[in-house]
Design a protein around this ligand. Structure first.
Ligand code: ATP
Ligand code: MN
Length: 478
């Protein structure tokens, strides 16, 4: 029964006169005669022409938008414009009816906000099927890139017993009864009675585990879900997001930047090569969306121009100190246009500053390095000046930070001093410190936020629209 040809394969390779079986969901049914069928394999709908005069009236009534059908028919050259072939149906079977009176997806434009409320059905739209096909292509590209370079894909744990990573607020994992928490003699919650015999959380990053692996396998990467209980309701933050974290032994910050820039360009190139039709569609969608904005907020480049531009240009590399100089002397800073004015060296950069550098000053992706140690994590390698660390952030147009990484502090004494300074309990981190005790070596790595990459490549402005089921404050539907 389920022998069928996918619409993508059929459109790419057909013989006129062949009889084929296709299955999919009805997008529209015009004049009781023309079915636009979509099976998700490709953006394009396949037209099925039915001989309504010889078709059972009851069956005909069941062919509605959203219904799942099977059609058997002959491949013929299309009379209509915009398609090479269509199917002259010999037989149509309705596999699953769909009452058009209650089906939320009508054959018209729906807002992204509305579609977010019906996230279980939105993959049936052109926009979301295109986004998810591109997301898939990007995931494949990431594995391909690292595999080609001989990296080992490491699965870091999702439940973690270390809460010292400091990358963000964590979600607790527990089986303790919330209404009757066991207490110690001192009155604290007794986590010895919890499932793991200790307090556990969902991971915010696989980096520390990736470091352990890199100091044995040399080149590894993780690619998995990470969780942050930060209450940020922005278009770039999720509570559950996927992160790619390569970690490389015998590498410094320059190697790290080259690796990240190479990865981003490879991923973009793969989408341009394999998702041409989806990209063209998403570009048109973005253009429509931008028409709603005032002229000065519209981007100068189309989506595909922007991707091509990223591919063809070196990312601009500069230090945090150089960036602060640029920002201090910038027009918006002097005119008091920044919400957070840049007054002195040491300030943490806000997304308005990052976007100024990328979109206004340089007009291309930027890699900022050597941040003040006070605003970065404990594991970053301290520079000679004892004031900055070998950190790097990659900033992208429209997105801001897409990658955060560093050369790691491989010197045991310096690392321990930093941890003490930052009140990180050394006892709990013995396993991490062991790498520095037993055969330590220079190494570096970074974290790439997968959804931010998908956002950039698809041109979707809200991160909630590039993951199938977004989790954010107040929402964990589906
Ligand atoms: P931001 O300043 O944007 O909150 P961060 O400094 O907290 O980012 P890192 O801890 O360095 O980010 O995480 C590495 C990467 O993971 C970031 O560069 C970004 O691409 C992505 N990322 C971080 N937090 C989130 C989030 N809440 N949702 C989606 N992606 C995220
Ligand atoms: Mn953050």
């Amino acid at each position: 029964m389920f022998s069928r040809v996918k619409i993508k394969e059929l459109l790419a390779n057909y013989t006129l006169g062949d009889t084929v079986t296709v299955m999919g969901w009805v997008r529209t049914f015009r004049n009781n005669q023309f079915i636009a069928l979509n099976d998700g394999s490709v953006l394009t709908n396949l037209q099925i022409v039915v001989d309504f005069e010889n078709m059972d009236a009851e069956l005909l009534k069941k062919i509605t938008t959203g219904a799942a059908i099977k059609a058997v028919g002959e491949v013929i050259a299309s009379q209509g414009k915009g398609q090479a072939i269509e199917i002259k149906a010999k037989e149509v079977e309705v596999l699953g009816v769909c009452d058009p009176e209650v089906y939320p997806l009508q054959p018209k434009k729906h807002s992204l906000e509305f579609l977010r409320e019906i996230a279980h059905l939105r993959p049936r739209t052109n926009t979301f099927s295109a986004v998810f096909r591109v997301r898939h292509q990007l995931a494949m590209a990431i594995h391909q890139f690292f595999h080609n370079k001989g990296f080992v894909y490491m699965h870091s744990p999702i439940i973690t017993g270390s809460d010292a990573e400091g990358a963000g607020e964590m979600f607790r994992v527990t089986t303790l009864p919330l209404d009757k928490l066991p207490k110690t003699e001192e009155g604290h919650i007794d986590f010895k009675k919890d499932f793991f015999g200790k307090s556990t959380n969902l991971t915010v990053s696989g980096q520390l585990e990736a470091e352990l692996a890199a100091l044995a396998l040399s080149e590894v990467y993780t690619f998995g879900p990470t969780f942050r209980a930060e209450n940020s309701n922005t278009s770039r933050h999720l509570a559950e997001f996927w992160m790619i974290e390569p970690e490389v032994a015998f590498a410094d910050l320059n190697d790290n930047m080259d690796l990240a820039e190479g990865l981003l360009k490879y991923c973009i190139g793969q989408v341009i090569e394999h998702c041409a039709e989806d990209l063209e569609f998403l570009e048109g969608r973005l253009l429509d969306e931008e028409k709603q904005k005032p002229q000065n907020e519209r981007s100068e480049m189309s989506l595909r121009e922007k991707l091509q531009f990223c591919l063809n240009n070196d990312f601009q590399r500069l230090t945090y100190t150089e960036a602060i100089d640029i920002l201090k002397n910038s027009t918006p800073n002097k005119k008091g246009k920044f919400n957070y004015p840049i007054e002195a060296w040491g300030a943490d950069l806000q997304s308005e500053h990052e976007r100024y550098l990328v979109e206004k000053h340089f007009g291309k992706p930027v890699i900022l390095t050597d941040y003040p140690k006070a605003i970065k994590a404990f594991y970053m390698r301290v520079n000679e000046d004892n004031n900055t660390v070998r950190a790097m952030d990659i900033l992208f147009p429209g997105i801001g930070e897409i990658v955060g990484g560093s050369q790691r502090e491989e010197r045991l004494d310096v690392l321990m001093a930093r941890m003490e300074e930052m009140h990180i309990p050394l006892e709990e981190m013995q396993w991490f410190l062991d790498t520095r005790k037993f055969g330590t070596c220079p190494h570096a790595g970074f974290g790439l936020g997968f959804e931010r990459l998908v956002q950039f490549v698809t041109g979707m402005s809200n991160i909630r629209d590039v993951i199938p089921f977004p989790r954010f404050p107040g929402s964990a539907e589906f």
